[in-house]
Design a binder for this molecule. Structure first.
Ligand code: LLP
Length: 433
């Protein structure tokens, strides 16, 4: 528990940014996502300030797929971050949050006409072009507009980040981007630079997610600068932006050993300084797109514990009132989480239990074999580090309504996403009678 930045109050209850978590669970119900907004701001500032400290021109975009909501994007806006969106839904949310359009970047390996049209109509900062079909679509959409569009070209640098297979996106056998190794990226830059209403602002790559080692980022930087030098000679092309993507790993359990956020930036900056002289300012602006590293550790999910099942000599199960509907990561990636009993946070650990969700699916397990104090029904379980890819990947399996989300800042709590009702769940169902 010592690796989680949470306090325990005099009642032995877990506190989240100064508020008793059990009071939040009672006030808003469970399952409940609770975010420490001060911590979100600190993480955003750690990235921004470290680039500033080294005097490197940079922009930090929050990858909103990690957790997108109007309130969250307003915090990102207040922290002067840029924003990475990957769909019309994420773009729509950004527009609703009043996010400055010029700081929004649109991603996606299969953008459709409407998405591109919405991006161009709202004059967003740039589109990260992923494939040849998209170049054709862009031509079609831009034919109806009298504007220019900035784009980045997404390249796959052929680097294997050491992470779970499912979240590898930077290797050559990837659905994302133009390959650098087989001439596709060159063909793409040629086609794009020949287009009237397109400005190719720079290059983008993303090598994976939940990465602890910096070698992959360093290799990606080397590969991108090699490409820039090559394209400069061949096509007289000089990028204004180099986007290195996201993927900075965080601690979920004590087995994880990430760098502090500043450490990732330092590793990037060290390599960039080997590639260019940052004092002459004539180098591309460095963009990054962290999602998990900004929100992951800042969120906790509170559940109420219900049934228990003891199979003597085999395993003790405890079940909570959520599961793979609010956190699919254990089922999908065998992701590991740490937890405490929020109302017994000071009590000695006395039993090993496994935490099951309430879905009709054996694989709906949140945590295997965790040490907890004696658990009773009605206790609250607090699962740490659920701020990224928890709510954003939540789903309606078994027709569970989506959980509520509360922000806590400076000792005050505020509901920012309401719990779904059963009415919400059936809102789009039409009768067949
Ligand atoms: N930029 C691009 C182009 C990406 O594809 C991603 C993540 C990010 C930025 C942000 O990566 P982050 O800093 O959050 O690692 N659902 C998975 C993660 C999938 C990430 C996909 N792309 C999970 O729950 O672990």
């Amino acid at each position: 528990m010592n690796h989680h930045p949470y306090e325990i109050n005099n009642n032995g209850h877990l506190e989240i940014n100064g508020i008793d978590s059990t009071l939040l669970a009672k006030k808003y119900g469970t399952p409940l996502f609770v975010y420490n907004v001060d911590a979100i701001r600190q993480n955003a500032r750690a990235f921004v300030n470290t680039f500033e400290k080294f005097g490197v021109k940079a922009q930090v975009a929050y990858a909103s797929k990690a957790f997108s909501s109007i309130a969250m994007l307003q915090v990102a806006k207040q922290e002067k971050l840029s924003l990475d969106v990957v769909s019309q839904g994420e773009l729509y949310t950004a527009l609703k949050a009043g996010f400055p359009v010029e700081k929004i970047h649109l991603h996606g390996n299969n953008k459709n006409y409407e998405e591109l049209e919405m991006a161009i109509k709202h004059n967003i900062g740039c589109i990260v072009v992923d494939n040849f079909y998209e170049i054709e679509l862009l031509k079609d959409v831009l034919a109806n507009f009298d504007t220019e569009m900035d784009v980045l070209i997404r390249v796959t640098p052929g680097i294997e980040a050491h992470t779970h297979d499912y979240i590898l996106t930077g290797n050559e056998d990837s659905k994302f981007g133009f390959d650098l190794s087989n001439g596709q990226a060159e063909l793409a830059i040629k086609q794009l630079t020949e287009m009237d209403k397109i400005q190719v602002k720079g290059l983008h790559c993303h090598i994976g997610s939940q990465i602890f080692e910096t070698d992959g980022f360093v290799m990606a930087i080397q590969r991108l600068f090699d490409t820039i030098r090559n394209w400069n000679t061949k096509f007289n092309y000089t990028p204004k932006v180099l986007n290195l993507g996201g993927g900075f790993g965080i601690r979920y359990t004590k087995e994880d050993d990430p760098l502090p956020l500043e450490g990732y930036v330092e590793a990037l900056v060290n390599e960039i300084q080997k590639q260019v002289d940052i004092s002459d300012m004539n180098y591309p602006e460095i963009w990054i797109e962290p999602g998990r590293a900004i929100v992951g550790n800042t969120g906790v999910t509170l559940y109420t514990i219900g049934s228990k099942k003891d199979i003597p000599g085999v395993r003790k199960y405890i079940s909570v009132d959520g599961g793979m509907t609010d956190n699919i990561r254990p089922a999908l990636y065998q992701a590991k989480y740490d937890a405490v009993i929020a109302n017994k946070a000071k009590q000695p650990l006395s039993e090993t239990v496994s935490v099951a969700g309430k879905c009709c699916e054996s694989g709906d397990m949140l945590i295997w074999d965790i040490e907890l104090p004696e658990v009773e029904h009605g206790d609250f379980l607090a699962v740490f580090s659920t701020g990224a890819y928890g709510y954003s990947m939540s789903n309606h399996y078994n027709r569970f309504p989506k959980a509520a989300v509360v922000f806590v800042e400076e000792g005050k709590d505020k509901l920012v996403i309401q719990r779904e009702s059963y009415e919400d769940l059936t809102r789009n169902d039409l009768s067949y009678e």
